[in-house]
Design a protein around this ligand. Structure first.
Ligand SMILES: NC(=O)c1ccc[n+]([C@@H]2O[C@H](COP(=O)([O-])OP(=O)(O)OC[C@H]3O[C@@H](n4cnc5c(N)ncnc54)[C@H](OP(=O)(O)O)[C@@H]3O)[C@@H](O)[C@H]2O)c1
Length: 323
């Protein structure tokens, strides 16, 4: 099969190559990939950023798996031993384990779900990592109707799903984004939009119960100042590079938050077929819709990953098409 692979870190190591077809192990399915969503996650693995994360990205020399891509939507071609929930011909979407910028990919049966019937593969492929991350963060916040939430990076992958989910749950959403995404973010359910080129969301009185920061590299202390006492700061901006990247903010800040009048929480999103089914229900109810701003053939998948590298400005989601 053809796949976007690399045997060491770095953009110049990435190329579309012919590699052996993967074989499903116990609990896995083999999926013919129709489309694969693009995430900053792919940049972390491609570039080996931040450096301190390399042991968890696969090793000091290069990433594991060697094929890039984490999200998929496609058709099951083979179920491995022990898999009863899915069989050949089933249309599924979810998280791959062997790399999904590939004609075939493996997925754990517990990390996929039936593809939403109202969505094409390109749209379904846009959802897994970004929408599940948004859902798991907002669930951790125990967000309730009537609360005020600010979401930075509201025009991006996680942000545009978080705006929709928070609005569906009855929260008052302030979306922080660039000017070209303002109308989209408002249409998705934000009652207020802050254009970060004109206004600073960290200025003004404490007014938010929850802040979800996906982008912008705002100092957490500055975001904390606009939280009401007892408020919750969901720290999810992983865009910094270098040796430590976002680690000091994402790991140390939650520990220090005991000294502050608000809590800081970071969630590591977990692949979950059950959460994909929850999102499928929201799509069916008409309250959640993925926005795909561009598609790329496999040969140009690297260009797509570059768009979400570091301080990216992707609008909604980018998707690699395989069929
Ligand atoms: N916790 C986890 O398990 C987990 C899982 C996945 C991803 N992440 C992290 O989540 C972050 C967001 O991921 P994503 O998929 O949503 O990224 P993305 O699709 O690349 O979106 C980033 C968005 O940020 C916007 N942006 C850039 N500068 C901004 C600023 N100053 N203020 C407000 N918005 C700004 C960009 O749009 P405009 O500037 O054009 O408006 C872009 O739409 C990444 O850092 C990633 O590493 C965490």
């Amino acid at each position: 099969m053809r796949a976007l692979t690399q045997d060491r870190y770095g953009w110049d190591a990435l190329a579309v190559r012919e590699v052996p077809d993967p074989v499903p192990a116990e609990g896995q399915v083999l999926v013919q990939v129709h489309a694969a969503g693009v995430n900053p996650y792919d940049w972390h693995y491609a570039a080996g950023q931040p450096l301190i994360a390399r042991p968890t990205l696969g090793g000091l020399r290069g990433p594991r798996p060697t094929v890039r891509g984490a999200d998929l939507s496609g058709v099951v071609v083979e179920a491995g031993p022990g898999v009863t929930a899915f069989g050949p011909g089933d249309e599924v979407y979810g998280f791959g384990t062997s790399g999904t910028f590939a004609e075939l990919a493996l997925a754990d049966a517990g990390s996929i779900s039936r593809k939403p019937v109202d969505l094409a593969h390109v749209e379904a492929a846009a959802m897994p990592m970004a929408a599940v991350t948004a859902l798991q963060f907002l669930r951790a916040a125990e967000l309730t109707a009537g609360q005020n939430i600010a979401i930075t990076g509201a025009g991006g992958g996680i942000g545009h799903f978080a705006v929709q989910i928070a609005a569906a749950w009855g929260a008052n959403v302030t979306g922080v984004c660039g000017p070209r995404n303002a109308a989209m973010v408002r249409e998705l359910g934000a009652s207020e939009v802050v254009d970060y080129t004109q206004d600073d969301v960290t200025a003004g009185e404490p007014r938010f119960d929850v802040v979800l920061t996906n982008a912008g590299r705002y100092p957490l202390r500055a975001l904390g100042r606009v939280l009401v006492p007892g408020g919750l700061l969901l720290a999810n901006d992983g865009s910094r590079e270098g040796l430590l990247g976002p680690m000091p903010e994402l790991v140390v800040a939650p520990l220090l938050s005991r000294l502050r009048p608000y809590r800081i929480v970071n969630v590591t999103a977990t692949p979950s077929g059950e959460d994909l089914a929850v999102l499928d229900g929201m799509v069916a109810d008409g309250v959640l819709l993925p926005i795909v701003s561009a598609t790329y053939p496999l040969e140009r998948a690297v260009d797509a990953v570059r768009q979400v590298a570091g301080h990216g400005h992707a609008r909604g989601k980018l998707v690699v098409t395989l069929r």
